[in-house]
Design a protein around this ligand. Structure first.
Ligand SMILES: Nc1ncnc2c1ncn2[C@@H]1O[C@H](COP(=O)(O)OP(=O)(O)OP(=O)(O)O)[C@@H](O)[C@H]1O
Length: 303
């Protein structure tokens, strides 16, 4: 594959399960780095991943991974890893045994497989526990073993389907830190899916937002969160003058408790609010960002 080419390409992907349209003419590219697919349940995140993994064939359209056809090219399998959403671990064997086996399945000779399994378990902080049966592990530890089996054969690209599913806040934090570390230390590019905006915002460089089988946004994470930030303000007096000054600036104003939520046409919303406050001579009591919930975001995005 020539350098500079995207790592993944989706071209007009459509996937139907009977009458259900899981993906509807979706096109995007994914480059080096960490990319998040964000969407609510049923948005089409897992279906997209499974097409890239060659586990599902699209009804129409084309998917390429590392320059090769996803659905037909077996060579690509050796260069990608997959952490499925659901539990897939054997409970009776130790993490060391399981990962050594997975590395051998990927073609490593036995001694190299053992070394690589131990290195990968060290990377996720499970080296000390590696000879214990997986059945006795906590949810967080099992998630880390799932991540290990996606990494053990040293792939160029990994697909992580809801890697923080079932984790408490501390476990989520650890998993997200580990994902960044995986990219930084091993140079492995990542596509992770999540229904939690905070996960994607903290971890990813770029974001794809899906809704009902459609791609509704693709771009840099920083840009997306700036765009979706709204400002909450409360003033002591001159509310009417302030509302008029804001309206003249074309921002959207919604009454919110004792104050207003203001949403700008772009990231300049703070400038508009500052200028309107000065013009209306309205003494500010409180001001701060108000993040929109994911569900609210989707209401604004045309399908
Ligand atoms: N094997 C299947 N047979 C029928 N419908 C399916 C199948 N797999 C997925 N679907 C449907 O396709 C749509 C997209 O599902 P998909 O699993 O890709 O969504 P998702 O964004 O990954 O959500 P989740 O996190 O809930 O899995 C949903 O409406 C789902 O019910």
């Amino acid at each position: 594959m020539a350098s500079g080419q995207p790592l993944l390409v989706a071209e007009h992907l459509t996937k139907r399960y009977g009458s259900v349209v899981a993906l509807d003419d979706v096109s995007f590219t994914i480059d080096d780095g960490i990319t998040g697919i964000l969407g609510e349940n049923g948005a089409g995140k897992s279906t997209s991943m499974k097409i890239f993994l060659g586990l599902l064939r699209p009804t129409s359209g084309r998917a390429t991974v590392l320059g090769e056809e996803a659905s037909t090219d077996a060579r690509v399998r050796a260069r990608i890893g997959y952490m499925p959403e659901h539990d897939c671990l054997p409970s009776q064997v130790s993490a060391a045994e399981f990962l050594t086996h997975m590395a051998q399945v990927s073609g490593l000779p036995p001694s190299a497989a053992r070394t690589r399994a131990a290195d990968t378990l060290r990377h996720v902080g499970l080296f000390e526990e590696r000879y214990r049966a997986i059945g006795g592990y906590s949810t967080g530890m099992k998630q880390r073993v799932k991540l290990c089996q996606a990494l053990v054969h040293d792939p160029a690209f990994v697909f992580l389907d809801e890697p923080t599913a079932g984790l408490d806040p501390m476990g989520r934090e650890e998993m997200l830190t580990l994902i960044r570390k995986t990219h930084r230390e091993f140079g492995i590019s990542v596509l992770l899916s999540s229904h939690l905006m905070a996960d994607v915002e903290r971890t990813c460089d770029r974001i794809l937002v899906m809704q009902g089988g459609h791609l509704v946004h693709a771009g840099e994470v920083g840009h997306f969160t700036r765009e979706t930030e709204t400002v909450f303000i409360e003033v002591d007096t001159n509310r009417e003058r302030l509302v008029a000054a804001l309206e003249r600036r074309g921002v959207r104003i919604t009454a919110d408790g004792g104050g207003f939520t203001i949403e700008g046409p772009d990231a300049s919303v703070y400038d508009h609010v500052r200028d309107a406050l000065v013009e209306a001579e309205a003494p500010l009591r409180r001001m701060g960002p108000r993040r929109r919930a994911l569900a609210e975001l989707f209401e604004r995005v045309p399908a």
